[in-house]
Design a protein around this ligand. Structure first.
Ligand code: NOJ
Length: 547
């Protein structure tokens, strides 16, 4: 890692291709659709697109089940379309991050088709097979993330195979060196097509030791990542970000520490899981606890202050909409969406914007399970209802935290289906597209979109925003978040009210709000003296210089 890699200055934008823009009216977003929106993304100011999987796939998990790593799913386009996307993005100073899903493949991948043909198959050992338990049952009690056992019996060959996600997503056996070499060759093939890096799906699962019940953060994880680094992107100046639900600030340094440099950074999820119920997980929503949230932010900001690098995000394709989860998606939607953006973008790390977040898209109020499409939600619904939970109770949880909240079509205009498609969308658009859409946002210079543009531009010009030392303040205040960033003689002070109530605050002396107002979500200028009055969800950032 050089002293100042380019991705420390960049803002990343995540595209979920299926839901972004449909160019041919089949109801499914596609690569030509993305190409048609590159000018919009350039206008927004982002420099990287993380593209959720576009590879050939039977779409059991919307592309996170890959049947051919070196081809594009026909509903998304062709390799030629992909090359046009890379070139068109590059011309606008935007790099493409591929989603590398190598913990598992689809059961339609030729490796798995070969592997399950016989115990002697060349690719048999590319997957994880175990004999039945003495009673004929599953080899271990491990459950899959999408519900049910993580083992499925293969009648033809008399063994179980492991799948930590759906039965159609068999886990790869990373202990096999030939398999690893195939994956590295595939990564190098994509690198030669001019991509800017990889987002690595559930990468903390590849070093598993299944016979000892270890799935995440297994004993050989970092050996594999170091080998991958050596064999593929090492020295290539790419952005690599690993999805690691198990990461802690200490383990994040193993991935992204200067001396080891396996990856640029990881996605950690402590701020997400902290909002989940201890027993029922995300299906039983807990109310947002700002003090606990600030504790998590502090842990990561301080933990990676000297080494490593943070990724910063509120949402992605697996998570609810940021403004619905952490803000107020009705009365103060605009104010709270801007507040959340301010709080996130002034932190130290690389910000990720999930499609639609920049216009304040909200969760979707589906009333019936028939409106959902997500395999996890559908499986869990079946499981919970079979266990006695009323369907309406489950839907309440799914409306709050289910993955389809993030997957409804991007809202481009007030046209039918938000202008996403001329056909019938694969999943219903959120009815609020009539008012919440890109066209309306572009026409309004006080929009959430305009706010994001400003934050993204500030990051490019203000070294203190990128590199300043983080310090948190008012840690135990139940509704206000406050932090400062310092670099040389400059300081940015960020204050944010996370509540719908106005707040009066005696400012500690170290929090100086007198200076250049970098951004605010209200038209008034914050008072320079204590006490400070904060309107509902008010937030601002001020730049001061030592004279
Ligand atoms: C994490 C991805 O983000 C999610 O969408 C997917 O279902 C699982 N990994 C399995 O690939």
């Amino acid at each position: 890692m050089s002293s100042n890699p380019w991705w420390q200055h960049a803002t990343v934008y995540q595209i979920y291709p299926r839901s972004f823009a449909d160019s041919n009216g089949d109801g499914v977003g596609d690569i030509p659709g993305i190409i048609s929106k590159l000018d919009y993304l350039q206008h927004l100011g982002i420099e990287v697109i993380w593209l959720s999987p576009v590879f050939a796939s039977p779409m059991d998990d919307n592309g996170y089940d890959i049947s051919d790593y070196q081809d594009i799913a026909p509903e998304f386009g062709t390799l030629a379309d992909f090359d046009r996307l890379v070139a068109g993005a590059k011309a606008r100073n935007i790099g493409i991050l591929l989603d590398l899903v190598v913990n598992h493949t689809s059961d339609e991948h030729r490796w798995f088709i070969d592997a399950r043909a016989s115990r002697q198959s060349a690719c048999r050992d590319y997957y994880i097979w175990r004999d039945p338990a003495p009673d004929g049952g599953v080899p271990t009690p491990l459950q899959s993330t999408f519900g049910g056992p993580a083992w499925t019996f293969d009648l033809a060959t008399g063994q179980y195979y492991l799948h930590q996600f759906s039965t159609r997503q068999p886990d790869l056996n990373w202990e096999n060196p030939k398999l690893r070499a195939e994956i590295y060759a595939m990564m190098n093939w994509w690198q030669q097509r001019g991509i800017a890096g990889f987002r690595m799906d559930v990468i903390d699962l590849i070093g598993k030791d299944i016979d000892h019940g270890i799935t995440a953060d297994g004993p050989r994880l970092h050996d594999y990542l170091q080998e991958m680094h050596r064999e593929t992107f090492g020295g290539k100046d790419l952005l690599t970000v690993g999805e690691a639900w198990s990461a802690t600030p200490d383990s994040a340094l193993l991935y992204s520490g200067r001396d080891r440099g396996e990856l640029s950074m990881v996605f950690q999820f402590e701020h997400v899981t902290q909002q989940w119920h201890e027993t029922w997980g995300k299906w039983q929503p807990k109310s947002f606890d700002l003090v606990a949230f600030k504790r998590v932010v502090d842990r990561w900001q301080y933990g990676l202050a000297e080494d490593g690098w943070n990724s910063l995000f509120w949402g992605n394709h697996d998570l609810p909409r940021a403004v619905s989860k952490y803000g107020d998606d009705t009365r103060y939607r605009v104010e709270s969406a801007k507040m959340l953006a301010t709080v996130l973008h002034f932190l130290r790390g690389t910000p990720y914007v999930y499609q639609g977040e920049e216009i304040g898209m909200t969760n979707v109020p589906f009333a019936s399970i028939a409106q959902y499409r997500d395999i996890e939600t559908l499986n869990m619904h079946r499981q919970h209802v079979a266990a006695g939970l009323p369907s309406t109770d489950f839907i309440f949880g799914a409306n709050a935290n289910g993955r389809d909240n993030a997957r409804t079509p991007m809202q481009w205009s007030a046209a039918p289906h938000g202008g996403f498609t001329n056909g019938t969308p694969w999943i219903e658009a959120n009815p609020n597209h009539a008012t919440i859409n890109v066209a309306a946002s572009l026409a309004d210079d006080t929009s959430i979109l305009a706010h994001y543009r400003r934050l993204i531009a500030l990051r490019k010009t203000l070294p203190v925003m990128r590199l300043g030392r983080y310090q948190s303040h008012l840690q135990s205040h139940p509704t206000v978040m406050a932090y400062t960033r310092d670099l040389a003689d400059e300081r940015i002070t960020v204050l944010a009210n996370f509540s719908p109530s106005p707040i009066t605050l005696d400012l500690p002396v170290e929090l100086n709000t007198q200076g250049e107002l970098l951004t605010s979500n209200y038209p008034h200028t914050p008072a320079a003296d204590s006490p400070l009055h904060l309107a509902p969800y008010e937030s601002f950032a001020v730049l001061t210089k030592d004279s």
